[in-house]
Design a protein around this ligand. Structure first.
Ligand SMILES: O=C(O)C(=O)C[C@]1(C(=O)O)C=C[C@@H](O)C=C1
Length: 373
């Protein structure tokens, strides 16, 4: 298990990372890429007292970033030279291989490397290709909107956000704690810890596939001759179903193509589900009453199936926000073991627990947030 600067002192005495009393801290954080996600992250971290140094492929945002307290440097290599506790790759996915190639020869071994990419498997492969996997921990903030660039950045983008922190069999526990400190104490967010494949499957379901479906809906409108009438009638449901189709299409395409196998499988499921529903609706106007009865039952089942999800959302809604009407969330502590921390943390995520604080190197305060039946 490797270490960051703040935990090094206690460990020089030979203590194990799971038994040191003070979890590692991410005091200085380098951000590569000051777009919507990187810019918002940098501003949020500065606002919460962390030192942030940043680089962007164009220096256009530097004046505003400097005014926000972010130190800006001309070359990505300069980020490494500052020997930050954590360096966060926030560039577009397609730019990561180039940035990694430039960082690999100069990144100090004490700096932990992480990223905010929405697909974890491929980023890890790219990190491995340049030999930086010994200091890498994957991360993905579940935050964003359809806008791009530093001009759209906003520290509030991270309000109440959840991050995925991802590991593989070589992940260093001490480095993971440093990234978790950045997320919990630095950004003020929650997190779950899981392996790359589990992340990429789940992200395909709740983000990548829905982006394709939203785009398909927008394409449907674009294709119809009656688009002006349909657009005139478009209200809340259309807005909520298609907001993400307003995202830069190249950004969406890169995200979807990096997770192609998972997204393709889900789209096949979804197409089959929709095809069944189309058949059901047609059968409802059959002349045969038996066929009609069966079709009506199938339709009822279709619309009832997500009841546990609706119930969860209704209860969860009562716990969101502030004020007297806001119900409290259950909190507890979990402890992980030295050898089984991966499965301990994955099981915690499966129980719907979100880590909100590192209490000691092996103890975490968690909130029970997503307990769906
Ligand atoms: O809200 C949006 O517009 C987003 O696309 C954000 C979103 C998502 O699908 O929820 C997309 C990609 C991320 O990396 C995280 C979140």
């Amino acid at each position: 298990m490797g270490l960051t600067s703040s935990s090094r002192a206690s460990l020089e005495a030979g203590a194990d990372p799971l038994t040191v009393s003070r979890p590692p801290q991410a005091g200085t954080i380098a951000i590569a890429g000051l777009g919507l996600i990187g810019g918002s992250l940098a501003r949020r971290l500065v606002g919460r007292g962390r030192t942030v140094i940043a680089w962007n492929h164009r220096d256009a945002p530097y004046e505003r970033a400097r005014a926000a307290g972010i130190e800006c440097v001309p070359r990505v290599e300069d980020l490494a030279a500052a020997i930050p506790d954590v360096l966060v790759l926030c560039t577009p996915l397609r730019a990561m291989p180039d940035v990694l190639n430039r960082l690999a020869p100069v990144l100090d071994p004490s700096t932990t490397l992480t990223d905010v990419g929405s697909v974890k498997g491929q980023v890890r492969d790219e990190v491995k290709a340049v030999g930086l996997d010994d200091r890498y921990v994957g991360a993905h903030p579940m935050a964003g909107n359809e806008l791009s660039g530093y001009a759209a950045s906003d520290p509030a983008l991270y309000d109440d956000a959840l991050w995925a922190v991802t590991y593989d069999e070589t992940t260093d526990y001490g480095r993971m704690l440093t990234v978790m400190d950045m997320i919990s104490a630095g950004v003020g967010n929650r997190m779950i810890v899981l392996d790359d494949d589990t992340h990429d499957r789940a992200a395909a379901l709740i983000s990548h596939m829905p982006h394709v479906v939203a785009t398909a809906l927008a394409n449907e409108l674009t294709d119809t001759d009656e688009r002006n009438i349909a657009q005139a009638l478009a209200a809340g449901s259309w807005r909520d179903m298609t907001r993400v189709a307003l995202t830069d299409p190249d950004r969406t395409r890169a995200m979807v193509e990096e997770d192609s196998a998972n997204v393709a499988e889900l789209l096949r499921h979804m197409s089959a589900r929709l095809a069944v529903m189309a058949d059901v609706l047609e059968r409802e106007s059959s002349a045969d009453p038996q066929i009609v009865r069966r079709a009506l039952a199938q339709s009822r089942d279709f619309f009832a199936k997500a009841r546990p999800y609706r119930e969860f959302k209704a209860v969860d809604g009562m716990k969101t926000g502030t004020g007297a009407e806001c119900a409290s969330r259950e909190e507890r502590f979990i402890t992980v073991s030295e050898h089984d921390w991966r499965s301990d943390l994955l099981e915690s995520a499966k129980r719907g627990e979100h880590i909100v604080r590192i209490d000691s190197p092996c103890t975490f305060r968690v909130q029970v947030r997503t307990a769906l039946r």
